[in-house]
Design a binder for this molecule. Structure first.
Ligand code: FO1
Length: 316
């Protein structure tokens, strides 16, 4: 099948499937638009850090650190050591190569470029042709309500290592944020083949994107099936706090519980080959496949499975 593909991505799992989709559409990689969460962004050391955008860019450029999943591979840490020697803040680890990304982006933003423009320039410099779009060029900041009070996202995620039990989330600035125009335009294309929700944390990677006014409605109105991929395999999240958050929020730690959050938004949901097909979720067609992405081939296979699932709806 041909047609344009749009994917929503956040976190490490999202970046991996985004990479798989770019590989699956390599012949026509201009047929892929990635909408990336910016709720994790924050100002740190005078720099604008955009973790989920960087995870996608690094994955597409083959520069991801294979173990950490975030930041750049083959990294050196001279800057961090020197900063520690000056009594600087080193709780958020910035490798020397990764630092260049934050410095260059921060410079461009200070010169008046939008986050979209800065990201496009970084993609071009790294030879990436897939469109990587922030959900908005306006600031949206995920905040986590925990038993210890409200925390900024990176304080919760990195400084406190996701220890505090979560009670809820808010996406500061979302109500006034303008959806990135190319995001809405991509979702309104008549030649859309599929909208893929990547295996990202539903609470802090996907919902911030849906909280930007206009994006959820554009997805619901889109001329393409919406397929979500489970971030939960065998009752666990592969990376990050999704499973812990679900437990703390009183939810079952299953793909079905994630699918239930997307009822009304998605047409299909992919569960892992080892997990049961949920029943009782009306209006969602379930698919089963291997969803663990350990290798690049796994990413390609899962991307093809997600596109094939979408194509079962495409009667065109
Ligand atoms: N995650 C950590 O657990 N510890 C870190 O020191 C850390 C540094 C870091 C630097 C750049 C970057 O793009 C991401 C980084 N992350 C780190 C991951 C980041 O907090 C998460 O990737 C997202 O915010 C959530 O997926």
């Amino acid at each position: 099948m041909t047609g344009h593909v749009v994917a929503l991505s956040g976190g490490v799992g999202g970046a991996k499937l985004a990479h798989g989709l770019a590989l699956a559409l390599a012949s026509a990689s201009e047929d892929l638009t990635l909408i990336v969460n910016t709720g994790d962004d924050f100002e740190h050391l005078g720099l604008h850090i955009a973790p989920d955008l960087d995870s996608v860019v690094y994955a597409l450029a083959g520069l991801s650190d294979p173990v950490r999943g975030w930041g750049r591979r083959d990294e050196s840490w001279t800057f961090m050591k020197a900063l520690a020697g000056l009594g600087g803040d080193t709780w958020f680890q910035l490798g020397d190569g990764d630092l260049a990304m934050h410095v260059q982006r921060s410079l461009r933003l200070a010169q008046g470029a939008t986050l979209t423009q800065a990201t496009a320039e970084l993609c071009q410099a790294l030879g990436i042709v897939t469109r990587v779009l922030p959900m908005s060029d306006d600031p949206v900041r995920t905040r986590v309500r925990t038993e210890e009070g409200w925390l900024d996202f990176q304080d919760y995620f990195v400084r406190l290592q996701c220890r505090p039990a979560v009670r809820g989330f808010t996406f500061a600035g979302a109500e006034g944020a303008r959806a990135q125009p190319d995001v809405l335009a991509a979702l309104q294309r008549p030649d859309l083949r599929a909208i893929i929700i990547c295996p990202s944390n539903p609470f802090v990677s996907v919902e911030p994107i849906l909280a930007v006014p206009g994006i959820r409605a554009a997805i619901e109105r889109a001329a393409a099936p919406v397929i979500a991929v489970t971030p939960i395999i065998g009752g666990k999240a592969i990376k990050g706090p999704a499973a812990k958050m679900m437990t703390e929020l009183g939810l079952e730690v299953t793909g079905a519980a994630v699918a239930a959050r997307y009822v009304g938004l998605i047409d299909g949901f992919i569960v892992d080959q080892g997990d049961p097909i949920p029943d009782g979720l009306s209006g969602i067609r379930f698919f089963r496949t291997a969803t663990l992405m350990s290798t690049t081939d796994d990413r390609l296979s899962l991307a093809r499975a997600a596109l094939a699932a979408a194509d079962t709806f495409n009667t065109r």
